[in-house]
Design a protein around this ligand. Structure first.
Ligand code: NAI
Ligand code: MG
Length: 372
């Protein structure tokens, strides 16, 4: 029996293209694994009314980790919109499989590295080597939202916050509220994960990205937790940055930063900014990690206009493979993948269109595999 069971969910559009590329690399690497393909995404919503069939959830439960391509999650053209309407009329509601999976498997870490590979023509600032730990289950994404504002919620707000007085004349149907939920458990586990990563990978600094001067309660709780945890890691420098200043500093002096940790929304925004500094979607991989499971994906979507053409850059997906190998503690293999990727980028002979070349998705994968 193989050492690992890996669930492979290519999904829709270019998810399939880049997954084929990832498998070329994995085959060459010789990871002792059994790969089990599963169904997910728009295609299955269309066929079965469910973008994440139960059999896929069962498959993931029996696997050690999952590689995820990309899915189409919102209708783009008129034909898709028509179809979405028709299916919704039949009682099929679309939900995001990736969000559902984060909840089902409590994947509370969203790990998003941003590294400037030498020779990458798309890199805006050289020398960057950041790792973002984004909280993945709460914050503004908790889904606790109101519109119109119910009377009892309004009254409770008025009772408990004098600042609500400023909105007392706004009618319920003219006010929408989204809440940012911060829990001690949620922030403790993500901040600890960031420090543990820093320790394990010899990183020098952890920066908490927050806004406690304005978001006093949620931000205040987070800062308090972070300062306590930081004391347990005296060998790692700890600092705090406001999220707005962070956006500026990342553009100005990105090499000053190392490991970043943030709640859900701030982490989402800052990691998108960081990924653009190092070449954009073709290079951005992410891990969704919990205590018992990890799912690894490129952050790009299904790019329907390139679907099946094997034109897009597979490097983000291949870097997701690297993150999975790290998660499985196959550090040697993870390093080999990263080294091969960086060599192919530096050499500059085999490049997809986004990097100014005309190689195919699979050509790039083969070039990387050859250097393993
Ligand atoms: P997208 O990321 O799919 O593509 C945007 C554009 O970025 C593409 O048209 C292409 O020019 C470029 N691009 C993306 N990946 C690339 C790659 N590997 N190499 C080179 N160029 C690349 O975003 P879009 O068009 O907004 O969304 C398409 C679909 O994907 C939507 O249904 C959206 O909801 C979904 N989506 C799914 C995600 C996921 O599966 N995790 C994440 C983001 C979007
Ligand atoms: Mg995003």
């Amino acid at each position: 029996m193989a050492k690992y069971k890996i669930a492979v969910l290519p999904g829709d559009g270019i998810g399939k293209d880049v997954m084929d590329a990832a498998m070329i690399v994995l085959d060459k690497l010789g990871l002792d694994a059994e790969y089990k393909y599963g169904d997910v995404g728009w295609e299955f919503w269309k066929k079965e009314g469910n973008p994440l069939p139960d059999r896929t959830i069962e498959l993931l439960k029996s696997a050690d980790a999952c590689l995820f391509g990309a899915i189409t999650s919102k209708p783009k053209d008129d034909a898709q919109k028509e179809l979405a309407k028709e299916l919704q009329g039949k009682g099929y509601t679309y939900y995001s499989p990736i969000v559902r999976l984060r909840q089902l498997f409590d994947l509370y870490i969203n790990l998003r590295p941003a590294k400037a590979y030498e020779g990458n023509p798309l890199v805006i600032k050289g020398g960057i080597d950041l790792v973002m730990f984004r909280e993945n289950t709460e914050g503004m994404y908790a889904g606790v939202e109101f519109y119109p504002l119910p009377d009892d919620i309004r009254e409770a707000f008025l009772r408990h916050s004098k600042n609500m007085q400023a909105f007392r004349d706004v009618p319920n149907d003219e006010i929408a509220v989204s809440t940012r939920i911060t829990t001690k458990k949620g922030m403790t586990r993500i901040i600890r994960a960031a420090f543990e990563y820093a320790k394990k990978h010899n990183r020098r600094k952890v920066t908490l990205v927050e806004k406690p001067n304005v978001l006093r309660e949620t931000g205040g709780l987070t800062v308090k937790i972070a300062r306590e945890i930081a004391k347990e890691y005296p060998e790692i420098e700890y600092e705090e940055a406001n999220v707005d200043a962070m956006a500026m500093w990342l553009v100005k002096k990105p090499t000053e930063y190392d490991v970043l940790v943030a709640e859900n929304l701030f982490g989402d925004i800052i990691s998108d900014l960081a990924s653009q500094l190092v070449g954009g979607l073709g290079f951005a991989a992410s891990g969704n990690i919990g205590d018992n499971f990890g799912l690894f994906e490129p952050t790009h979507g299904s790019a329907p206009k390139y679907a099946g053409q094997y034109k897009v850059n597979p490097i983000a997906m291949i870097l997701a493979v690297k993150l999975m190998l790290q998660y499985l503690s196959e550090h040697d293999m993870a390093e080999r993948v990263e080294k091969a990727v960086s060599e192919v980028i530096k050499e500059g002979k085999v490049r997809t269109y986004d990097m100014g070349g005309n190689a195919s998705t699979l050509d790039v994968a083969r070039a990387i595999a050859e250097r393993l």
